[in-house]
Design a protein around this ligand. Structure first.
Ligand code: VGL
Length: 184
């Protein structure tokens, strides 16, 4: 049977890219890579962090991705025409919203199940927060989960946080490949 493959693009938003309010170093570098591979998937889902002003999340982090601000928009280079489904998370005052499986406008696990997705490929920002939380939840839900290591970037509050996050994802069962290996 044909394997149904979904690409899950996590938080490619202006505030997480250089010049944004919580910029991830070289976060924008992954945009053309993601655009290049999008067409190879049966389903493409893209999430956004979408906080209300005054969110308790901003006790831990600089204010970022506030609903209705340009920082919450997708990076303008991202080819959102190829996205089938958009999700938002972190939308309540108390919600950190790290994981795409905590989406507030869609039950992502239920949706992927209803679409008979058998393989979930994850890319986006940031490796050590939203990507990691999303991947660990995907594995908990029983999805075969593949991380595209050249299509993620880390915040690295501490040096090597991104590398440690990737290791933890792998230890929990994630498969780590690069986007070049998709061609095989
Ligand atoms: C994120 C820090 C704070 C992320 C979100 O998208 O990885 N990181 N909020």
């Amino acid at each position: 049977m044909h394997k149904k493959r979904c690409l899950l693009i996590v938080d490619i938003q202006n505030d997480f890219c250089p010049g944004g309010l919580l910029a991830v170093a070289r976060g924008d570098e992954i945009v053309p890579r993601i655009n290049r591979i999008m067409g190879r998937f049966d389903l493409v889902v893209a999430s956004r962090d979408m906080h209300p002003a005054g969110s308790s999340h901003f006790k831990k982090w600089p204010v970022h991705c506030v609903a209705g601000t340009p920082g919450a928009d997708f990076h303008p280079g991202l080819d959102i025409n190829k996205v089938h489904c958009f999700i938002e998370k972190g939308t309540t005052l108390e919600d950190d919203g790290y994981s795409d499986f905590e989406s507030t406008n869609l039950d992502l696990a239920g949706y992927l199940g209803s679409q008979a997705v058998s393989e979930l490929f994850v890319c986006g920002l940031a490796t050590d927060y939203c990507v990691q939380a999303t991947v660990l939840d995907a594995l908990r839900h029983g999805f075969k989960t593949i991380v595209l290591a050249d299509c993620i970037r880390a915040v690295d509050v501490q040096p090597e946080d991104g590398a440690r996050a990737l290791q933890e994802m792998q230890q929990h069962g994630a498969i780590i490949i690069t986007s070049e290996q998709l061609d095989i």
